[in-house]
Design a protein around this ligand. Sequence first.
Ligand SMILES: [Zn+2]
Length: 323
Amino acid sequence: MVNSYARIAGIVLAFWSVTDLCNQTVCHGSEPSVPARRVLVIGIDGVRPDALENANTPAIDKLIAAGSFTKNTKILGNRYCENETISGPGWSSFLTGVWADKHGVHDNTFRGRNYDAYPHFFVYLKRKFPNAVTGSFVDWEPIDTYIVRDADVREVRPASNKNSLEQKDEILAEAAVQFLTRQDPHAVFVYFGQVDEVGHQDGFHPSVPSYLQAIQTVDLHIASLIGAIQSRPDHVQENWLIIISTDHGGRGRKHRGGHDVPEIVTTFLVVSGDEAMKGEIQEPSYIVDVPVIALTHLGVPIEGAWQLDGKAVGIRQEFRNDQ
Ligand SMILES: [Zn+2]
């Protein structure tokens, strides 16, 4: 009896010391449940790159100086381009990393959507890191209704709310700033709608003052978001990557039916942070790249079974695993 008690006590002691070791250090074989790095993805609806160039946007300029940029990002693929050049398919591609033959959304009815097979990128993040904290802030309601999944915080300004998109963007920006300041988020998506609204009213063109003004107003919101990140006590170790792009450009007062219109299908991409490339992105880039860039930075290996169409453009070669 004495011997078996001693054996059991020995086993218990051994177990204690192993669990104690696990608590103090990273235990071999146990996977971390949160990513080591962070991502802020910003989507600005309906921005033409030549208008972005003409607008006074110090916050975006600073991000470009600290990373990579192109004004040659395409909203349609070479492999597949049959969907309408409007927001439903655009944001679906932007958030899922696949073209419309896979996510199934060809227009703003969202009929045929297949986000079960091709989900929002937060889903892949949570599969790898179950305790990652995610937040989505949008004021084009269908994004929240149809596309967003696995967001711990969801802020949406619905269409039934009669505020202008300019007012809604301001409310959203403030909510996102609070989230970035008070919570511990790993992946955040913030969408701004006013630029597209003004484009439809006054024209999508770099010479239209109100269109440029809307871009400048959004730039002020981006400055607030960056300020919130930079005031986080551990922001340097958190290693934030900031990605900005859009779903389409525009010509005249529209962007529908723009398959052969360069001002509609050509947009911009900003990838900014310590692990971003510096300077102009030379390789072809597409809006489906956005979630692949985000997941790569977050340390989520891209699996072939997901059939993503994007690549991690704008990230320095040594941090990429897709080539
Ligand atoms: Zn749009």
